[in-house]
Design a protein around this ligand. Structure first.
Ligand code: XLS
Ligand code: NI
Ligand code: NI
Length: 439
C-alpha cells in the first residue's frame, strides 16, 4: 500500500460500528454488508473528487493557501502532478473507496502550447493507468475543465468566438480519450461558463444552438471511438455565470429534448446546485428519476445562509435518506455513483481532515441507505401514497387516464355523482413517520 502522504493512517479505515469512539473508523459504512440484494459499496458507489481533495489549497478570494499539502511542493509541474496523483491513490486506497473523478486540468498541468498540454495529459493518463492497475481503484467519470482558462471567460461551447468554441471541442476530445483510456464509466459535462452575464451582449437562442451542436459533436465522437460510458450533464443555476443555461433538472431535460440529445444523456445532480436553484436536493433527484434520467450524484451540501456553492461534505440525514429513497426506488444509479464534490473548510488544514470529511459523508449516506431501505420495505410512506391516488385505479379515474372519458362525459358524470369528498394529505403524520425511522 502507498504510504507517504498520510502516515497517520496506516491501513484501510475500518468499520467499527456506531459505539466506537475511534474518529478514524466507520460507524455505519460497512462496505461488504448486504442491504437487500447488494452490498453497501455496490449501492453507494462512492467516488473521491480529485479537484477539491487533491488540487484544493484552501485559497479563497480573501486569503492565501492554508492547507498543508506536501504533494504540492515539487517545483517541476509534471513531478508535482505525479506526486499529487500518488497522494490521491494513497488516500482513496486507505479510505477504501472504489472510484475517483477528475477534470483533465486537475491531473495534468497546462503546457506552453496546445500540443504540450495534450502531451502532459497523456503522460499523466499513463501514470493513472499504472496506479489504477496497482490499486484496483476505478474511474467513475472524467470531464474537461472548460471554465478555468481566461479564454473561456465568455463561455466555451457557447462562446461568441468560434475559435474558442473549436478549442473547447478539441479539449473535450482529449478529455473523452483520457476517460475512455482509463475505463471511465461515465463522462460529465458541467457548463460552468455556458451562460451569460448580461443579455445586452448575448444572443441566447444562438448560444443554445451552439451548445447543442457542441454536445452533438461529442456524441458523434463517442460513437465513433466506441466509448460505452454514460454521458452526463450536471445542472447548476449560476456561479460562475450570472445565469447558466443548464439551470436545473427540468430546464436541462427540456434542452436535451428540444435539441434531440435526450437519448444520449442522463443527469449528474449535485445537492448544492439544487439548493442554489431554489429546490431541495430530493426535488432535483425526483424530477430526473421520473424522467428515467437520474444517472449520478455529486454528493455535498450547501449552507442555507450563504448563497454560493460552499461544497461542504454531506452530513444531513434527512437529505441522505430522501436521496437514497429515490435511488433505491429506481434500482440504483447504474453506472453512476455518489461523488464527493465537496471540500474541507480552509481551516481544516491537515491532510487527515480529508479522512474525517469523507468518513462523515460516507457514514451519512450509509445511514441514509439503511433508513431508506427500512422505510421502503415497511411501505411506511408508499402505502399512503398508493392509497392517495387509488381513485385512479378503477371507475372514472381509470376512464380519465385511459382517454376513454372526455370533458362531456365528465360533465354528465359529475351531474349524476355530485361534489367530491376530499381526504386529508396528512403531511404532519408523514413527517412524524419519517422521524420515527431516523434514529
Ligand atoms: C462546480 C461543479 C463541478 C463539476 C465538475 O460547481 O460542481 O465541480 O462537478 O466540473
Ligand atoms: Ni459537481
Ligand atoms: Ni458544484
Amino acid at each position: 500500500m502507498l504510504n507517504r502522504y498520510f502516515p497517520s493512517v496506516e491501513k484501510e479505515i475500518p468499520f467499527e460500528g456506531k459505539d466506537s469512539k475511534n474518529t478514524l473508523s466507520f460507524k455505519y459504512y460497512n462496505k461488504n454488508e448486504v442491504v437487500g440484494n447488494k452490498t453497501m459499496s455496490e449501492h453507494l458507489r462512492f467516488a473521491v473528487a480529485y479537484w477539491h481533495s487533491f488540487m484544493g489549497s484552501g485559497v479563497d478570494i480573501f486569503g492565501a493557501p492554508s492547507l498543508k499539502r506536501e504533494w504540492h511542493k515539487a517545483g517541476d509541474p509534471i513531478q508535482r502532478a505525479k506526486d499529487t496523483m500518488d497522494a490521491a491513490f494513497e488516500f482513496i486506497t486507505k479510505l477504501g473507496v472504489d472510484y475517483y473523478c477528475f477534470h483533465d486540468r486537475d491531473i495534468a498541468p497546462e503546457g506552453e502550447t496546445y500540443s504540450e498540454t495534450c502531451k502532459n495529459l497523456e503522460t499523466l493518463v499513463e501514470y493513472a493507468k499504472k496506479l489504477q492497475k496497482e490499486t484496483g481503484v476505478k474511474l467513475l467519470w472524467g470531464t474537461a475543465n472548460l471554465f478555468g482558462h481566461p479564454m473561456y471567460a465568455q463561455g466555451a461551447g457557447t462562446s461568441p468566438n468560434s475559435h474558442v468554441m473549436a478549442h473547447a471541442a478539441a479539449q473535450v476530445k482529449h478529455a473523452i480519450d483520457a476517460t475512455y483510456e482509463l475505463g471511465g464509466e461515465n463522462y460529465v459535462f458541467w457548463g460552468g461558463r455556458e451562460g451569460y452575464e448580461s443579455l445586452l451582449n448575448t444572443d441566447m437562442k444562438r448560444e443554445q444552438e451552439q451548445m447543442a451542436r457542441f454536445l452533438h459533436m461529442a456524441v458523434d465522437y463517442k460513437n465513433k471511438i466506441g466509448f460505452k460510458g454514460q454521458f452526463l450533464i450536471e445542472p447548476k443555476p449560476a456561479e460562475p455565470m450570472k445565469h447558466q443555461y443548464d439551470t436545473d433538472s427540468a430546464a436541462t431535460l427540456y434542452f436535451l429534448k428540444e435539441y434531440d440529445l435526450i437519448d444520449h444523456f442522463k443527469l449528474n445532480l449535485e445537492a448544492n446546485h439544487a439548493t442554489l436553484a431554489g429546490h431541495t436536493f430530493e426535488h432535483e433527484l425526483t424530477v430526473a428519476s421520473a424522467a428515467g434520467k437520474l444517472g449520478s450524484v455529486d454528493a455535498n451540501r450547501g449552507d442555507l445562509l450563504l448563497g454560493w456553492d460552499t461544497d461542504q461534505f454531506p452530513t444531513d440525514l434527512y437529505s441522505t435518506t430522501f436521496a437514497m429513497m429515490i435511488i433505491l426506488n429506481q434500482n440504483g444509479l447504474g453506472s453512476g455513483g455518489l461523488n464527493f464534490d465537496a471540500k474541507v473548510r480552509r481551516t481544516s488544514i491537515d491532510p487527515v481532515d480529508l479522512f474525517h470529511a469523507h468518513i462523515g459523508g460516507m457514514d451519512a449516506f450509509a445511514r441514509g441507505l439503511l433508513i431508506a431501505k427500512k422505510i421502503i420495505d415497511d411501505r411506511a410512506l408508499s402505502s399512503f401514497i398508493d392509497e392517495r391516488y387509488s381513485s385512479f385505479n378503477s371507475g372514472i379515474g381509470a376512464d380519465i387516464m385511459s382517454g376513454k372519458a372526455g370533458l362531456e362525459d365528465l360533465d354528465n358524470w359529475i351531474e349524476k355523482e355530485g361534489l367530491p369528498v376530499v381526504s386529508s394529505a396528512r403531511q404532519e403524520m408523514l413527517e412524524n413517520i419519517v422521524n420515527s425511522y431516523i434514529q
